[in-house]
Design a protein around this ligand. Structure first.
Ligand code: NZQ
Ligand code: ZN
Length: 387
């Protein structure tokens, strides 16, 4: 097992009705800016729950953060923070809103043009951001219990990530009841995103970190079990709770400790969102199978372990099991009605591999993946395989 440090300071309030407790988590004299997305919280009652929980606090609002949070919108929120002397942020939404708030938390303490935070060679924000909490309405990204975020810039077609140890939410509320209003398409996205987060930290080479590997496999199996229940029309509170907690556990830092991690699927996937606006999770479903086939030699031991332990594939050679693992993964995405080929999402796909190769080269992303050896040319080939 590799050396590691592990600190995760986010307090989780899990379960039905927990939103009512947030006033205890926020200082009484705070000037709060509640940030939300396109309005789902107004129709499903979460907005009213937050307002009543914070009755008596100084509460300002900024709505309209779009999915794949946009820099252009967030700088408007930053102006509100400065104008009203806001000293506490509250994200109420999915990964996009929480990511947007993390960016605001950093930008509020940053001297200079905020976009620089995402384009500096070392994309880690040092120091403490403005304190914030979150109320999660869409299980998927794990943003509610990690310190990373991803921001898009419309005018340059870029989607870039950053983060820093001072950007964890102070608290996050996980009430499984909120998933009742999420469209099935978004629930499928959430499952696929969390599932791929586990794979990014798991589908490398077999390691000696037995506990992390088995926790990772348990999250995958639990997501597989919860998927048909949360995708059905009948609300199942326990299935919703398992789905929600799996998403958080998939990316709160625990399973990446002591092991090597990949994340090249996300790097390539973000490009597809930036060029074509494809949902984040669907870009991962497009890239992951090709990525695993292209890097088969490096990953076949773990692919076979995945097939055996997660899907009970017992027959065949190591290579056959590994290929069976990739097929099971594709079938799982298809079971969520998520397509795994780029040509399904856009007709304009033909020069995508060139664009990704060029973008990675220009950003000096010359060695990605767990061995830091995946070149822009490799990315070209993987993206081309995904057409
Ligand atoms: O904007 P509203 O009206 O709220 O609608 C949202 C949005 O349209 C809707 N929604 C959310 N909760 C709902 C709901 N609709 C009904 N009922 C509810 N309870 O769902 C839509 C999608 O929301 P969004 O926040 O965009 O989804 P998600 O949580 O999947 O976040 C995606 C973003 O997170 C980034 C992605 O790149 C993408 O920008 N990621 C962040 C990560 C992190 N911080 O660690 C890691 C991930 O890999 C990912 O890159
Ligand atoms: Zn993701």
């Amino acid at each position: 097992m590799l050396n590691f440090e592990f600190k995760n300071p986010t307090k989780i309030l899990f379960g039905k009705g927990e939103i009512a407790k947030i006033s205890k988590e926020i200082p009484k004299n705070a000037k709060i800016l509640m940030v939300y997305g396109g309005g789902s919280i107004k129709s499903n009652g979460v907005y009213d729950q937050v307002k009543s929980a914070l009755d008596g606090h100084e509460l300002h609002e900024f709505g309209g953060v779009p999915a794949n949070p946009e820099y252009e919108v967030l700088v408007e929120a930053l102006a509100v923070i400065k104008e009203k002397n806001i000293d506490y942020l509250l994200a109420v939404g999915g990964g996009s809103v929480i990511d947007g708030v993390k960016f605001l938390s950093a930008a509020a303490k940053y001297e200079g043009t905020p976009w620089e935070i995402l384009t500096k060679p070392v994309r880690t924000f040092e120091g403490e951001g403005l304190p914030f909490g979150s109320i999660l309405t869409m299980p998927a990204t794990g943003s509610e219990m990690n310190s990373g975020y991803v921001i898009s810039r419309r005018e340059t077609n870029e989607k870039l990530s950053s983060g820093g140890p001072g950007l964890f939410p102070e608290f996050s509320v996980l009430d499984p009841e909120v998933i009742q209003s999420i469209p099935k398409r978004q629930i499928a996205n959430g499952i696929a995103d969390a599932y791929t987060h586990v794979l990014e930290q798991y589908m490398t080479a077999p390691s000696s970190a037995d506990l992390q590997e088995r926790i990772a496999e348990s999250i995958l199996i639990s997501l597989q079990n919860a998927a048909p229940k949360v995708m059905s029309d009948e609300f199942d509170y326990d299935a919703a709770g398992n789905y929600m907690w799996c998403c958080t556990m998939a990316l709160n830092g625990l399973i990446q400790k002591g092991v090597i991690t990949d994340w090249a699927v996300h790097a390539m996937g973000h490009e597809l969102t930036a060029y074509f606006g494809i949902d984040h999770a669907r870009t991962l479903a497009v890239i992951a199978p090709s990525h695993y086939r292209y890097n088969f030699e490096d990953k076949k031991g773990k692919l076979a372990q995945y097939a055996e332990r997660v899907w009970n594939v017992t027959e065949g050679t190591l290579e056959e099991k590994a290929e069976a693992g990739i097929k099971k993964l594709e079938e799982f995405f298809h079971s969520l009605e998520i397509q795994t080929k780029l040509s399904y999402y856009t007709q304009e796909y033909l020069n995508t591999a060139e664009r990704v190769e060029k973008a990675f080269t220009e950003r000096n992303w010359l060695g990605l993946g767990e061995y830091k050896k995946l070149t822009p040319k490799d990315a070209f080939k993987i993206v081309e395989m995904s057409y």
